[in-house]
Ligand binder design. Structure first.
Ligand SMILES: CC(C)(COP(=O)(O)OP(=O)(O)OC[C@H]1O[C@@H](n2cnc3c(N)ncnc32)[C@H](O)[C@@H]1OP(=O)(O)O)[C@@H](O)C(=O)NCCC(=O)NCCS
Length: 198
């Protein structure tokens, strides 16, 4: 199985996922600024956010794609693609063991519409079917009910708590680690299709 994948856009039932470009800086910066109150609850980089954070992310994202380490996608409406709706990513944790991890965020004015679930369902599919992963993990801060709900809807199993896993501002947050195995993905795929997530 390849450790790299094509950078072509992926079309989900309602959205387009594509790799970032340098010229996405304004769109991503706008989305983050409009969502800082929510992002800064759980994501350390959002606490002292400035535009350089996004510029640096875009550089790192291009390098990660080139080195086949991590695959970040911007989520867009296919018919109005100028607005950055959020990020969804899959990255290698262990290539020998075929373990990957996913992460995501959605801009605040677009939450609650199923965007994250659909984007994450497709990144799971990319992880298992394109990258050949055997196990995909996801970490959610304890109390991040929306993210926990996404993990549950996608069929991930709660595998336990990592104590003081991330420092957000001055606060250490516990994380729940979630896992989805290849055979569980296969068993869930018909449901993902029936839900029109993939
Ligand atoms: C977590 C996040 C990505 C969810 O994005 P989203 O596009 O709103 O997610 P979806 O609409 O696909 O699904 C959210 C689910 O959580 C539920 N939910 C949201 N807030 C909730 C709350 N306070 N209590 C209970 N359920 C809640 C929604 O009802 C929905 O479930 P449903 O489909 O069964 O109704 C988004 O809120 C976000 O970016 N938050 C800030 C950053 C973050 O937490 N990133 C994730 C780090 S792991």
């Amino acid at each position: 199985m390849p450790s790299a994948i094509s950078p072509r856009p992926r079309y989900t039932p309602n959205y387009m996922l594509r790799p970032f470009r340098r010229r996405d800086l304004n769109a991503v910066d706008d989305a983050i600024r409009a969502s800082l109150a929510d992002l800064a609850l759980y994501l350390p980089w959002a606490v002292d956010y400035n535009r350089n954070t996004t510029a640096s992310f875009l550089r790192d994202s291009a390098a990660s794609w080139a080195e086949a380490r991590a695959f970040d996608f911007t989520i867009r409406n296919a018919d109005s693609p100028d607005v950055h709706l959020g990020n969804v990513s899959v990255w290698w944790v262990s290539r020998p063991n075929l373990v990957g991890e996913i992460g995501y965020w959605v801009r605040t004015d677009s939450t609650g519409r199923g965007i994250c679930t659909e984007a994450a369902a497709n990144i799971v599919q990319i992880g298992f079917e394109e990258l050949g992963m055997h196990r995909i993990t996801l970490r959610t801060a304890m109390g991040n009910v929306a993210s926990e709900r996404v993990a549950t809807k996608l069929g991930f199993t709660n595998e336990g708590v990592l104590r003081d896993e991330v420092k957000v501002g001055r606060e250490w947050l516990d994380h729940t680690v979630w896992g989805l195995l290849e055979h569980e993905w296969s068993a869930n795929k018909a449901r993902y299709t029936a839900e029109e997530w993939v």
